[in-house]
Ligand binder design. Structure first.
Ligand SMILES: Nc1ncnc2c1ncn2[C@@H]1O[C@H](COP(=O)(O)OP(=O)(O)O)[C@@H](O)[C@H]1O
Ligand SMILES: [Mg+2]
Length: 400
């Protein structure tokens, strides 16, 4: 990391007991101090089948995944960046005790939760209660982003296009589209094709392509059966598919930090669909390789800028403060519609022949995977030190 030649003694006048006079120019020096002392836990999804992880096992409407492999890759990157005390742990019911036992100062969330409804918000909510700062989304944003219908309603309210839709909850019985006024309001005379999917899903699991209105009841029942949760019925968008990642205002590239006026939107990628592939096959089934994810270049600069502007608008409108990957699809005329924003996008470290959609475009900005991890950490610490110095005394104390 670049230093501006200050010694740590020179930091002393900036810090008085329990008060911190912070400005961005101090970030590199402060990080240098924090790297030695800050105890960071990277948290992955606890397994409810493991003895002692929960009191009672219950249902999870979201398809569970531990994300442990990637949590370890994030932890390794943090160590390579210079963080001296990095731990990896699951977010089951033992988490508070473990955080206390290891004297953790900051958590990095790489979890979709353990079980139960709205599992993505459980761990940030728990951390809020414990007074533990974290890299990740706050409970409300976690829940909103992981409930596609809630996110879509908010998108509509700020004028961002998303496919017309209705929801159907299991308690509403069997869907009879022709009898539903709400259906006519959303779709008018449109009779298909549709997409039916879980409101809280991932990796294209349980996403159905439904050619005609007559097939909807069955697809909805199928989603109810597997998720015991609301089904989302959307107009099918037949066009191209794109992703764009967006994170905070502080970035680390080419050896130095910058604080930008706009969120950092990057990795504008076209997800290349095969002929007859209507629903992009999950990366659980097919790895993201160069032919599946095509980085957009200068040949479509206007479209690329449109994707970047859209991502920045979403980041701003939802007051996000951590990374999301936005999935977008176009209609027959090329108009862009937001499908969803992933609150915990895959942060797999790029390796030969596989990568993550998020890491795919970093080189364009002169950034490595480690630079992205450092950017996410630095952005969070900058935010906390700027806005919340008074409520993170345990971190401010480390700077003395
Ligand atoms: N309205 C839609 N029109 C066309 N394709 C869709 C639509 N909704 C979802 N898809 C397809 O299904 C995939 C998964 O949908 P998405 O909303 O991103 O949920 P998740 O990734 O959480 O499973 C998308 O990548 C896209 O290929
Ligand atoms: Mg998606």
């Amino acid at each position: 990391m670049k230093q501006k030649g200050k010694t740590f003694d020179m930091l002393a006048p900036q810090i008085t007991p329990n008060r911190l006079h912070y400005d961005f120019s101090l970030l590199p020096q402060y990080l240098e101090v924090l790297f030695a002392k800050l105890r960071i836990a990277v948290v992955f999804g606890g397994n409810c089948d493991r003895e002692g992880s929960v009191i009672y096992k219950t249902h999870n409407p979201r398809s569970w995944k531990s994300y442990e492999v990637v949590a370890r890759e994030i932890a390794a990157a943090l160590a390579e960046i210079g963080c001296k005390q990095v731990f990896v742990m699951p977010d089951d019911m033992n988490l508070p005790e473990k955080l206390k036992g290891e004297n953790i100062h900051l958590v990095w969330l790489n979890t979709g939760g353990v079980q139960g409804y709205n599992p993505v918000c459980h761990t940030p909510a728990l951390l809020e209660m414990l007074g533990m700062p974290y890299v990740g989304h706050n409970p409300l944003n976690s829940s909103t982003l992981d409930n596609k219908h809630a996110f879509k309603r908010e998108l509509e309210s700020v004028g961002i296009k998303t496919a017309p839709f209705v929801t159907w909850h299991p308690s509403q019985g069997i869907l009879q589209p022709n009898l539903q006024q709400r259906f006519a309001i959303a779709f008018g005379d449109y009779r298909g094709p549709f997409v039916v999917k879980p409101v809280s899903g991932r990796a294209s699991l349980y996403v159905h392509f439904v050619e005609k209105i007559e097939g909807l009841s069955q697809a909805v029942a199928e989603v109810h059966r597997t998720t015991h949760n609301t089904a989302l019925i959307e107009k099918y968008l037949p066009g191209r598919e794109f992703c764009v990642a967006v994170c905070g205002y502080v970035t680390y590239a080419k050896g130095s930090f910058s604080k930008n006026t706009k969120p950092f939107a990057f990795s504008t990628v076209e997800r290349v669909l095969e002929p007859e592939e209507r629903i992009f096959t999950s990366m659980d089934k097919k790895a993201i390789t160069a032919d599946r994810g095509r980085l957009m270049g200068a040949e479509e600069s206007e479209l690329k800028q449109e994707l970047i502007d859209l991502a920045r608008k979403i980041y701003w409108e939802f007051s996000l403060n951590s990374l999301v990957r936005i999935d977008i699809r176009s209609d027959a005329s090329g108009e862009l519609y937001v499908l969803e924003a992933n609150p915990k996008p895959d942060l797999k470290r790029p390796a030969e022949n596989v990568t993550s959609l998020v890491a795919l475009g970093l080189a364009e900005y002169g950034m490595s995977y480690n630079d992205l991890i450092l950017s996410l950490l630095a952005d969070r610490l900058d935010y906390l030190l700027t806005q919340h110095g008074d409520i993170i005394p345990h971190i401010v104390d480390l700077l003395h």
